[in-house]
Design a protein around this ligand. Structure first.
Ligand code: HEM
Length: 163
């Protein structure tokens, strides 16, 4: 009995470790794209080169992000199941649970549905029409998502410890 409880608790710890590792790789990548990659690309004078570089680099990151999004979501769900804390979604004081899930949902929809369906082609067209405007728009969206992700991480780390 005690052995089984310890075994389940160890699975919970592993889920938490995977959750945090996934977030480090995923949101770290978003921070890199937002604060280094896109600003550097916006400084490039050659608009065609800018688009080509962006599509190659972001394409690789999107593949990695898909895998870590899955790991983060599954480990998060397992932790909710283990802790039996579904009711947190009903309490405003657990706003960081709502925000974490919202951030995850936005990335999942963009990476798995919007990107392959239309977003990739739409951005390509916009960048050919007016590269400066398209990259400004892209940068703004990345800034919003990065800010929301960082607030979610702040809220979760503090909230888990009873802040
Ligand atoms: C479906 C999506 C997600 C679910 C279901 C979920 C669920 C959870 C749960 C249940 C916990 C443990 C809470 C506790 O111990 O009381 C947790 C911790 C945490 N989550 Fe999420 N999460 C999700 C997505 C995210 C995302 C997208 C982020 C980052 C932007 C994130 C960041 C964190 C952090 C930083 C912790 C605290 C780890 C610690 O300090 O021990 N989560 N999450």
């Amino acid at each position: 009995m005690v052995k089984n409880i310890m075994k389940d608790y160890n699975y919970f710890i592993i889920a938490r470790v995977l959750h945090v590792l996934g977030i480090v790789i995923w949101i770290g990548g978003v921070a890199f794209v937002t604060t280094i990659l896109i600003p550097s690309l916006r400084k490039l004078a050659d608009a065609d080169k800018r688009l080509e570089l962006f599509e190659t680099l972001e394409g690789r990151f999107a593949f990695q992000a898909k895998i870590v999004t899955l790991i983060t979501g599954l480990s998060g769900l397992y932790m909710i199941y283990y802790l039996d804390v579904w009711s947190r979604y009903l309490a405003l004081s657990f706003w960081w649970m709502h925000l974490m899930t919202f951030v995850w949902f936005v990335f999942t929809v963009v990476l798995f549905i919007f990107e392959p369906l239309f977003l990739h082609q739409w951005f390509h067209k916009q960048a050919l029409k007016n590269s400066e405007r398209a990259f400004f728009f892209l940068h703004t969206l990345h800034k919003i998502l990065l800010t929301l992700s960082l607030i979610a991480i702040f809220g979760a780390v503090a909230g888990v410890r009873g802040f």
